[in-house]
Design a protein around this ligand. Structure first.
Ligand code: DMJ
Length: 468
């Protein structure tokens, strides 16, 4: 049976990917995302006029799954239709994680110069966002004029930790590919400022002024607004072939502060990450924060020797808690709480939606790779069945509005991260460990694999042999 599963499960993921892709192609080709109920495309306002987010986000997934006809269609679109001369308001963060990350991975996996040329051209367009008094970039940039500004909703013109803190992996690779040190300089400057500034209880608040370089308010979260900043610390260390000691120290110090101030145990025995507002805890965990099981897992082995088992246990506990939140449709809400008797349950109607997010499955994938405990594959399979049952519609996959009711209401969006992350992590969960091995690759926060930068050439050749 197990032998059969080895083939059947990845094949199943591949068919889900093909179904998602075919419908995108049929109804939304060249637009950013598919609206599967109304059978049309969605452009949105995050990518500054750039198009084809689902294509760029899918390139590596298609390639890794061996869907070569589909990969070739995607590549051809990049060649003929990816126009980088757009003139709209883009989120620096979203363009970086999806477009820069997607093109970098496509280049490293395939060696096609086209992707390298495109990504370097795009990287240059992002640089003006860093022209601030501190060098901390603003969140929004006009890709044509280079003007940048802060999100209207961010307090007092501040920049967001998870946005300016989620550039490091891609920018270091941009320097590698372009031989231009400027990208690495920009992200090292962010790190320098963060190292210098005083941190309340060792924590990193979510809002920072790009003008004064001071925190704007003391709200700390491992979920939205904070999340991938922490992820990029440990991944920067791993991607540097474990030479970036500064990233390592910063990561373990941050994790210590998180454990001391945010990690909680519920009355029912579930370990969770609360949110912190100037010392007051909000006993709520976002779906986004569920990536932290995987993050703590991949960082466990490089922690202090006496802490390694503890980190692995903590990673398993958080992943378990996130699995607990996946009920009764076997899909999880956007946020769940641990107060007034709640145990990993969304108590507000407005928190009950699921938009095809990957974070819980991402943690299953890492924990499977680290422990080979079969429960992670079982949990992953549960999610596959639930996606098929509740999110598959005639023309693609859709998010749902309420994970607590089985009479499903669909949100009419097939998010591009469903193709780049959710389906890729599921595929990897059911594949052998030597497909994109963690010793050779780190995944950016949109699940685009980037190679570890080897410090000596001999290792480099060995890696290339393995990965090609
Ligand atoms: C993705 O774009 C990335 O994973 C990001 O870090 C968080 N949000 C979505 C997925 O939920």
């Amino acid at each position: 049976d197990q032998e059969l599963d080895r083939f059947v499960c990845p094949l199943f993921m591949l068919q889900m990917m093909k179904f998602a892709w075919d419908n995108y192609k049929r109804y939304a080709w060249g637009k950013n995302e598919l609206r599967p109920l109304t059978r049309n495309g969605h452009i949105g306002n995050m990518f500054g006029g750039l198009r084809g987010a689902s294509i760029i986000d899918s390139l590596d997934t298609l390639y890794v799954m061996g869907l070569m006809d589909e990969y070739n269609e995607a590549k051809e679109w990049v060649q003929t239709s990816l126009d980088l001369n757009s003139n709209g308001e883009a989120s620096l963060f979203e363009v970086n994680i999806r477009y820069v990350g997607g093109l970098l991975s496509a280049y490293y996996l395939t060696g096609e110069e086209l992707f390298k040329n495109k990504v370097v051209e795009l990287g240059e367009k992002l640089l003006p966002a860093f022209n601030t008094p501190t060098g901390i970039p603003r969140g929004v940039i006009n890709l044509g004029s280079g003007t940048s500004w802060s999100w209207g909703w961010a307090s007092a013109g501040s920049s967001i930790l998870a946005e300016f803190g989620t550039l490091h992996l891609e920018f270091v690779h941009l320097t590698q590919l372009s031989n231009n040190p400027i990208y690495t300089e920009k992200v090292m400057n962010i790190r320098k400022l963060l190292n210098k500034i005083e941190k309340p209880h060792g924590l990193y608040p979510n809002f920072l002024s790009p003008v004064s370089g001071n925190w704007v308010q003391h709200h700390v979260s491992i979920g939205g607004l904070g999340d991938s900043f922490y992820e990029y610390l440990i991944k920067s260390y791993l991607m540097s072939d474990k030479t970036d000691e500064d990233a390592k120290t910063t990561y373990y110090n941050a994790l210590e502060a998180i454990e001391a101030n945010l990690v909680q145990k519920s009355p029912g025995g579930l370990t969770y990450m609360a949110e912190w507002r100037g010392g007051i805890l909000d006993h709520k965990m976002g779906h986004l924060a569920c990536f932290s099981g995987g993050m703590i897992g991949i960082g466990a082995d490089d922690g202090a020797p006496e802490k390694r088992q503890h980190y692995l246990d903590l990673a398993a506990e958080i992943t378990h808690t996130c699995h607990e939140s996946y009920t009764p449709t076997k899909l999880g809400p956007e946020a769940f709480r641990f107060d007034s008797g709640a145990e990993a349950t969304a108590t507000r109607l407005s928190d009950r939606y699921y938009i095809l997010r990957p974070e819980v499955i991402e943690s299953y994938m890492y924990m499977w790779r680290l422990t080979h405990d079969p429960k992670y594959r079982e949990w992953g399979w549960e999610a596959v069945e639930a996606l098929e049952q509740h999110c598959r519609v005639d023309s693609g996959f859709s998010g749902i509005r309420d994970v607590y009711t089985t009479t499903v209401s669909h949100d009419n969006m097939q998010q591009s991260f469903f193709l780049s992350e959710t389906l890729k992590y599921l595929y990897l969960l059911f594949s052998d460990d030597d497909l994109l091995p963690l010793e050779d690759w780190v995944f950016n926060t949109e699940a685009h694999p980037l190679p570890i930068i080897r410090t000596n050439c001999l290792q480099n050749e060995a890696t290339q042999d393995k990965t090609l």
